[in-house]
Structures are given as structure tokens and as C-alpha cells.
Design a protein around this ligand. Sequence first.
Ligand code: AHG
Ligand code: MN
Ligand code: MN
Length: 346
Amino acid sequence: MPRVAQTTLTQHILHNQPQRFRGALSTLITQIGVAAKMIAAQVRRAGIIEVWGETGEVNVQGEEVQRLDRIANDTFISVLEQSGCVAAMASEEEDDWLRVPAALAGDYLVVFDPLDGSSNIDVSASIGTIFGVYACPSRPERLEDVLRPGRDMVAAGYVIYGSSTVFVYADGERVDCFTLDPVVGEFFLSRPNLRIPDTLAMVSANELNEPYWPAWTRGLMGELKERNRARRALTGRHMGSLVADFHRNLIKGGVFLYPVDSHNKRGKLRLLYECNPLAFIARAAGGADTWGEGSVLDLAPEHLHQRTGFVVGVAEAVARAEDWYARERRGELAPLAPPAAPRGER
Ligand code: AHG
Ligand code: MN
Ligand code: MN
């Protein structure tokens, strides 16, 4: 069978991207592609080599660190450090931000979730890596230099280790998707200029959290389900891997939501390295995002591992979420008496 497109990731960056993508930023993106291939190689052998299971460590978020979390984190850090393009990094798996030694330091700051969807590792379901890139011309000295609003990003992307390995990145204007040919060992352009559909086709949420949801989320979900009463127009799809749920929704036209609720009182998902990059990509593809009253990209982060409520995907559905949120703020929705959180607040 002929290949869909012959353009490699490196060729695409060099030939088709705006001027600002040339030079160090194009080197950085291709190096992230190298890290993605190295992690993909480990993921593909999960179950054969010893990468399943927990390390026995608990990260700063209070979560069990899986072996693949650790492998992906170490791979990403070492490739970024050696690339000569990066001044500082922040990772889900590192308590503190990391400063690259002066001899290797470059001009970019990279925030990343090295392995998203860790609960899916041991069951061979899709997992991924999420990253965001900021220009960082002066050497970062303090945490405040790393806590930047998502709006400042110059690029963002993700990798999915699924039925195939895909690399998606956005430069703020367009989104391109590449698929790894495992025989050749290269990413080839497979979905150029990805645009999210305007019509909502699927909804992704952990519906078992409904007892903890605020009134606006129940209102929104009720409205979306009501659309199916006359004719089945929507379907529910939820994998529990944010990045894989996002990728499917980007291609098929979906909305993902994980609101602040009475159990996760600050939200579950992390602003810097989960929500911001995906919001940036969604917007570059013609979609939208909100924390309730605006894009997460406009939030000023106060902590490295800060959490937020998050709705992302088809613009029309995100607008409906903001409408329901505003109705709750205006006191138009009956307040709910949520059950006491039995597992304690996160
Ligand atoms: P991570 O594996 O990086 O810790 O992230 C897991 C996140 C996200 O991928 C997913 O959407 C969400 O946690 C699922 O949370 P629930 O199990 O509470 O639904
Ligand atoms: Mn994650
Ligand atoms: Mn993770």
C-alpha cells in the first residue's frame, strides 16, 4: 500500500512552518520526536520487558508512580537536556522545576506530562505524553519564571502510544498529525492541518463522578443527553487517558469535561502540563476550552502542579458549558447538596 504522505516530521517543520519554527525550535520539536520514539519502543514491549507495575514511589501529587511513568520522565528529561535547546523544564513527575546546566542550556522552557493515562498502562490501552513550549530568552532563576500563563506558549503537542504511535503538534496557527512507521523509525505526516469538526458527535466524562458534580455540569450533561431523545446524534466515549480522549475528540468532534467537583475541589487535571497544551492545540484546530468562565490559557498559575476544572473540544459544546456555568453563578440553578466526599478532598 502506498503511504498517505511521504513528508517526515523534520521535513515538515523545516519546509512548511512559519519563520519562528526554524532554528532552535525546530530542533527542539524534532528532539521531542526522538524522545517519543524511545518511549514508544518501551511501551511496545510492556509485558515482555519489566516495565509494567509500580515503582513503589508516590509522586508529589500523591499518586503511585508506575515504572513507565519513571522511564518516560527520565527519557524526556535526558533528551531535552542533551538537545541544547532547553533552559528549564517542569514535569508532572518532578516535585520542583529543573534548570538545565549552563553548558547545555538553550532558549526554551518545556512543561510536560511524560506519561498520561497511567492507569491504562497495565491493560494495554492508549496512553500518551503531553508537552508545552515557551520561549525563555533569559535564564530562569526562580519558580516565578516558570509559572507562565498558557497564552505565552509558542508550541504544544502530544504523543499517543496507541494502535499506532502518533505525534501531534500545534504552532498556534495550525495542527499537524504524524504517524510513526515502526519499520522505518520515522514520523510521517498523516493528517495535515487538522481541524476539529463543528458538530458535536461524542461526549467524554467520568460519569460515575455525577454525585460530586456541580449543578452546571449536571445541567450541561442533561442538555446533551436530551439531544439524543429525538434522534441518536451523540455517543459517550471515555477512556480515562485524557490525551487519548482528546485525540479522538479532535478527529471525530467531541467534548471532554472534568469539572471541579465536591471530591476534587480544585479539579483533577493539572493546568501547566495537561490542560494548557491541550487547550492551545484545541484552539489552533478551531475548537475551544474553558475552566467555566474563560480559557485555562488565561489563568495565572501559582503552583507548578496546580489543578483546574477543564472542558475542551468542539467550540459549540464548550460555549454551552460556559452558559450553564454562568447560570449557576447567577443563582438560576437549584443548589445541590452533594454527598460528603468519602475519599477525602484531593
Ligand atoms: P496521569 O496518568 O498523568 O496521572 O493522568 C490521569 C488523568 C487523565 O489522563 C484522565 O483523564 C484522568 O486522570 C482520569 O481521572 P479519573 O480516574 O478520576 O476519571
Ligand atoms: Mn496526566
Ligand atoms: Mn502522567
